[in-house]
Design a protein around this ligand. Structure first.
Ligand code: AMP
Ligand code: MG
Length: 522
């Protein structure tokens, strides 16, 4: 690891807090605070991503060493690391929450790999920072396993995301009241190291804007464009036109990200503006969930069970709302606000186009006609009322052809026998419409299957699978994490012998804590 090369531009080029240490405070006119991780008792590497290690140029031999676990627990550092916590604000559940900041995340620095790519390393659960707001700065094993696995699963699914290098068990416990019902208990703790080109969030811009710190806001925007949007930085755009082009690109990337979530059945669960990456990456895996039986109203987050603000089908609308908050924060930099409105319009256009691409690919059509939008909407309604597994249905649909357009071809995709029976005629009608549509399509049967198989994953990180891996890890057996990580390396492929990972959610998991119900307590 001594070959890691650091170039810490964020803290070098931007203003920081003059006070160091973790005393909790409001930090004005500064975008970060220097703070060191707090060492843990007995770090032990529980899992790592070989792909991310390779990306960073970390040699395989150094991974299983005590030194590696010590570094990625925050107990020791390597040359070039300059730990800091970022200062940002955010809108939480629709309300401005003021200063939030990295309360338990500590960035170690920005590495430059052999290919010249910049990858920031960030520990999560590494101890208190000035932004911990009286919380402990730690993370429990269960939430760390969830973030570690989902980051990598999303990457292999082709969804823009932050990555995860390592999962280190701390040998310490952390007290959490998991369901906020007055039953705190000590749970094993962990630290993950997550990795991304940038961890800048919408909230990084919102905080200085909310305080009228316009020069600081402008400095951050200029820095972000220069470091994280190099193609724009070297384009012909200057001044306000450059800012407009940048905001538009943020809108486009966000739209593409949400369309991917909808394609694979991912519910983020806490789409607060402090959890929205400026690069359009999925970030901050908390009480997220995966759709088993198709339900547009599904939210795994118990804190959101009433309002369902962040339910599956609302994600595109919420991302727009979040982008509007970003636009508002950026408005002091614009004389002409039309540019910001145009960016938001671009979000709608990009999302609409991506949604139509999803429809065509998921149904295996050479193009998405207006009538196909209706075909898909009708299907979604059917999947919902009949309680059908989203992932299995779309995989099975690839096997349907005009000669075998019967429901039985799809296999075991229903959760409720009665609903299956009731919905059978409607499904057969829908399949007849679908096969009629196929007969007018441009694609050959082979092309159609290839398109569908590349868009419809067979293996997703079903909540209950992660929960099983967590329960084993809490007993000291990490192999469930390793197996899941491995299965999810090839989510679109048939993996003979691994059918157990591509089945309906079992009945015990329907209303089980950690499977259908997750809290923000982590
Ligand atoms: P989240 O809901 O995870 O995005 O967190 C919202 C804010 O709370 C962020 O500023 C986090 O850094 C902070 N936070 C969450 N959990 C902790 C914790 N255990 N200790 C300190 N800060 C935390
Ligand atoms: Mg967060």
């Amino acid at each position: 690891m001594n070959n890691l090369r650091f170039d810490n531009t964020f803290i070098r080029e931007l203003p920081g807090d003059s006070e160091t240490g973790s005393r909790q405070r409001q930090v004005h006119c500064a975008l970060f605070s220097h703070v060191n991780p707090t060492p843990v008792a007995a770090p032990r590497l529980a899992a790592h991503s070989a792909e991310v290690a390779t990306l960073l140029g970390i040699a395989t031999e150094s991974i299983d060493t005590t030194h590696f676990a010590q570094v990625f627990a925050g107990n020791t550092s390597v040359e070039g690391m300059q730990p800091y916590a970022a200062n940002y604000g955010g809108h939480q559940f629709g309300h401005w929450a003021g200063q939030l900041g990295d309360g338990r995340a500590i960035s170690l620095g920005e590495t430059i790999n052999a290919a010249g790519e910049r990858w920031e390393l960030q520990l999560k659960g590494a101890g208190q920072t000035p932004y911990s707001r009286s919380a402990d700065g730690r993370a429990v094993l269960r939430s760390s396993v969830r973030e570690f696995l989902c980051s990598e699963a999303m990457h292999h699914l082709g969804v823009p995301t932050t990555r995860a290098l390592s999962l280190v068990a701390t040998g310490e416990t952390v007290v959490r009241d998991m369901l906020y019902d007055g039953n705190p208990r000590a749970e094993p703790g962990a630290v993950i190291c997550r990795v991304a080109p940038s961890f800048i969030r919408f909230g990084n811009f919102e905080l200085p804007a909310s305080r009228g710190e316009v020069p600081l806001l402008e400095q951050l925007v200029d820095f972000t464009i220069r470091r994280d949007f190099p193609t724009l930085a070297t384009s012909d755009h200057k001044g306000e036109a450059l800012y407009a082009a940048w905001f538009t690109e943020v809108c486009e990337r966000t739209a593409e990200m949400i369309a991917h979530w909808m394609r694979v059945g991912f519910v983020h669960g806490v789409m607060n503006t402090d959890n929205m990456s400026i690069l359009g990456l999925t970030i901050d895996y908390g009480p997220y969930g995966w759709i088993d039986d198709y339900d547009p109203d599904r939210t795994p987050n118990t804190t959101d069970a009433q309002g369902r603000r962040y339910a599956f089908s609302r994600q595109a609308e919420i991302a727009y709302w979040n982008l509007s908050q970003l636009a508002r924060a950026l408005s002091p930099l614009f004389d002409d606000h039309d540019a910001l409105h145009a960016g938001l319009e671009r979000y709608i256009d990009t999302y609409t186009a991506a949604d139509r691409r999803n429809i065509a690919a998921k149904l295996g059509l050479g193009e998405c006609r207006d009538s196909d939008v209706k075909l898909m909407a009708d299907l979604h309604r059917l999947l919902h009322t009949a309680e059908v597994d989203m992932t299995l249905f779309f995989c099975g649909l690839a096997d349907v052809d005009s000669t075998a357009a019967r429901l039985t071809v799809l296999g075991d995709v229903f959760y409720d026998k009665q609903k299956q029976q009731d919905a059978s005629p409607a499904f057969n009608d829908w399949l007849a419409r679908y096969t009629a549509r196929l007969s007018t399509d441009l694609l050959s049967a082979t092309e159609r299957r290839a398109l569908m198989q590349a868009a419809n994953p067979r293996y997703v990180l079903r909540n209950y699978l992660t929960q099983q891996a967590i329960e084993r890890a809490e007993q000291g057996d990490d192999s469930g994490i390793h197996e899941l990580l491995d299965v999810l390396r090839r989510p679109y492929d048939d993996q003979p012998g691994r059918e157990a990972y591509a089945q309906r959610r079992p009945d015990w998991a329907r209303n089980h804590v950690g499977c259908s119900m997750l809290s923000c307590s982590s």
